[in-house]
Design a protein around this ligand. Sequence first.
Ligand code: XIL
Length: 297
Amino acid sequence: GTALGASAAERGRYFGAAIAAYKLSDSTYVGILNREFNSVTAENEMKWDATEPSQNNFSYTNADRIVSHAQSRGMAIRGHALVWHSQQPGWAQNMSGSALRSAMVNHITQVATKYRGRIHSWDVVNEAFADGSGGGRRDSNLQRTGNDWIEVAFRTARSADPNAKLCYNDYNTDGINAKSTGIYNMVQDFKSRGVPIDCVGFQSHLTNSVPSDYQANLQRFANLGVDVQITELDISGSNQANVYSTVTRACLAVSRCNGITVWGIRDSDSWRTGQNPLLFDSSGNKKAAYTSTLNAL
Ligand code: XIL
């Protein structure tokens, strides 16, 4: 193929990028976006602080810019993220208990209803598990409302947008480890009790290597009856091109891997400042990592 999105589509997958609304006036940026990608994620514009800056006052201007660009170009949209401990608006950060639980439910209902029918997959809950060997939940104001907050979030999202795939999304879950196993156990429990969950997102913020059991980890989740998606891929280091192709081949080898999203377009767009972890250099030229990824598709 000659472009990432078109080549992925031939394999029944999408190839997406995280984008920023304020960059949609940059013609180099938009040129690459429109040529190479068939899915987008709002890098920040659909987060809680952006969409509900004061309680029950919703602000969709920047999210709408991304949605209309994607829709006019036939790109899929990954919604990111309905609830997360980070990038909460100030008013929510210090809330707790039943007031916070109600605010969470209202937030999910409002945002998922606003974009109902237009979102391919929603990251309903982002980063709710702790790093390290415990395999348990991360402490947060949301977690302190009760362990059932995640299933309440998923049920609420399902009611608001019944056709979106509902994903749990996290990082440091790329191999089989205590954190990914904690999430695996939650998904298995949700499936056994009929809690709606359709997909698991693996952020895959990688540094020069990928765990040898990456594909096996994706496959064990797929075997639970959920789709898997690579949601925020970026890879630093001298082995970058090889690791990009390994990740791409792993997704293609798992039939329930729906697609790959890179977390930005050019190195200068990356949140990992100075690490050059993306597929295009800061001038918008294709890197070796681009070619190895395209060749793997
Ligand atoms: C990052 C954005 O790229 C930055 O612009 C922002 O300042 C902080 O958040 N995990 C996630 C993403 O789920 O939402 C984060 O995005 C990167 C880590």
